[in-house]
Structure formats: C-alpha cells, structure tokens
Design a protein around this ligand. Structure first.
Ligand SMILES: NC(=O)c1ccc[n+]([C@@H]2O[C@H](COP(=O)([O-])OP(=O)(O)OC[C@H]3O[C@@H](n4cnc5c(N)ncnc54)[C@H](OP(=O)(O)O)[C@@H]3O)[C@@H](O)[C@H]2O)c1
Length: 254
C-alpha cells in the first residue's frame, strides 16, 4: 500500500510560513515531500527556505501584508505560488494576529485589523485557491483556527471572533467544495511557544495558570502542528471534510 501521508510532487502555499506555527507546518509539508511557497510580512524567509531546500524540495517566498487585502491581492499571492511551483495543490491559511485589550477599551481600528488579517484574508485566499482547485477537481485547504475557535478567551474579543468565524467558513466551504474533490478542514492549535504567546509566557502568573490547566503541562512547539497539517493535506484525509483537528495538549478536554 502506498504511504497515504506522502506529499511528493504536491505544491503547497503556507501563509506566514517564515515563523512560528507556519514555519513548523511548512517544514512538515516539505519533509513529507511537498514543494512549499510561503508568504511573509516582516520575518525574512531565507532561513526557512534553506531548510525546505535542505529537505530536497523547492521553496519560494513572497512578501505580502494581508491588512486590507482584496481579490486582486489574493489572486496575486496564489498566482505567485502556482507560478513558482508549477501549480497549487495545498493552501494552508496560517497567518494571523492577536490584539489583547479589555473589550470596553478595544478600538474599532484594531478590531478591523484583526478581522482583516485573520478572517478576510482566509476567505479571499481560499476563494482564489478554491477557484483553481474546484476547476481541477482536487485540492486541500487547511485553515488554522485556535482553541479560541470554541472558547471565549480573555481580553481577545476580535481574535476569538475571527477564530470562531474561520471554523464556520471551513464548514461553509466544505459543503460547497467537497463534491468537487476539494477538502477543506481546520486545525485548532492550543497554546504554542511563538511570538503570538510571548506576552502570556513572559507573565509568570498567567504562564503558571495556563500551564496548570494544560494536561500536557507545557506549551506546544510549532513543529507539533505539522502532523495535523500533513495529514489534512494528504490522501490520508481524503474523506475528511469540514473537520476541526484539535492539537492542544488536552486543553479543551479539561
Ligand atoms: N501560538 C499559539 O498559541 C496559537 C494558538 C492557536 C492558534 N494560533 C494561530 O496560529 C497562526 C500562527 O500564529 P503563531 O502562533 O505562529 O504566531 P506568530 O509567530 O506571531 O506568526 C504569525 C504569522 O502571521 C504573519 N502575519 C501577521 N500579520 C500579518 C499580516 N498583516 N499580513 C500577512 N501576514 C501576517 C506573520 O508574518 P511575519 O512574522 O513575517 O510578520 C507570521 O508569519 C495564527 O493564525 C494564530 O492565530 C496560534
């Protein structure tokens, strides 16, 4: 039997792939055999590209800021990946931001910025990639949500709203595109040691409270999100549509 997790010859685009969870996923896809294009905003992509190439895969990177993204910008990003790799089989919507503020003080500008990056860009890039995939009759879209896609969180109203919304979007797109051979699924990471959680991990009280509540007793490493992404991007997940794979050290089970 062929290895159902093998991604040899597949072409993937990972947004925010030069750092954090995105880098962990990009390297996991490359290790499974995929060529990988990534987007970056502020982190230089050279190191990640070198690791992708060291795995014997093709890498490519494009700089893009998703704030205020429109259809043309989304088509440019997916077009870049398809041109660089010779096609696009897998899209991982990973890029995202968090803004912590008491809800009574949350400025509309920050609310909008979080929703633009965490929701609008996911919609636009999925639409742009989905057009190609539906036409071809195959493709994999993976959306990075969060455990805050099903919980409220503390002082992160826009983030929580965006992460709930992308789970709804995962299900909505799955209903339309599953009949066309396109798998749309989500990952819900728990607390992972990246820039996103730096402030929490730097606060000894908050950090202790979180660690006490995580059954695994530690934060995740970015590389630990790769397995779920490889699975959802592979033939092993051919019958997974609209699923949310939780990778949270047991957080939601608590
Ligand atoms: N860390 C966690 O505990 C955790 C838990 C659940 C879900 N998540 C989700 O996992 C995803 C990755 O987060 P992370 O933890 O790896 O945090 P991170 O290290 O801060 O990475 C965020 C990524 O998003 C990119 N990005 C941020 N703003 C952008 C913008 N305006 N336009 C385009 N790209 C932008 C960043 O690019 P540059 O670095 O190049 O600027 C970076 O690659 C996010 O969707 C996050 O919500 C994280």
């Amino acid at each position: 039997m062929a290895n159902p997790f093998d991604l040899t010859g597949r072409r993937a685009l990972v947004t925010g792939g030069a750092t954090g969870i995105g880098e962990g996923i990009a390297l996991g896809l490359a290790a499974a055999g995929a060529d990988v294009a990534l987007t970056y905003r502020s982190h230089a992509p050279e190191e990640t590209l070198a690791k992708i190439e060291a795995a014997g895969r093709k890498g490519a990177a494009v700089q893009a800021d998703f704030t205020g993204m429109d259809e043309a910008a989304a088509a440019e990003v997916t077009g870049f990946a398809a041109d660089a790799l010779g096609g696009l089989d897998i899209l991982v919507n990973n890029a995202g931001i968090i803004y912590r503020e008491e809800s009574v003080d949350m400025p509309l500008s920050e609310w909008r910025r979080v929703l633009q990056v965490n929701l609008d860009s996911v919609w636009l890039l999925s639409q742009a990639a989905g057009k190609r995939m539906v036409e071809r009759g195959s493709g994999k879209i993976v959306i990075v949500s969060s455990v805050l896609g099903s919980q409220g969180g503390l002082r992160v109203p826009a983030y929580t709203s965006s992460k709930h919304a992308v789970i709804g979007l995962t299900r909505a797109l799955c209903n339309e595109w599953a009949p066309h051979g396109v798998n749309v699924n989500a990952i819900a990471p728990g607390y992972t040691a990246t820039d996103n959680t730096q402030a929490l991990r730097d606060d000894p009280e908050r950090s202790r409270a979180l660690l006490d509540r995580i059954p695994a007793g530690r934060f995740a490493d970015s590389s630990e999100m790769a397995g779920a992404a490889v699975f959802l991007a592979s033939d092993a997940a051919s019958y997974c549509h609209g699923s949310v794979v939780t990778v949270d050290g047991g957080w939601l089970a608590r």
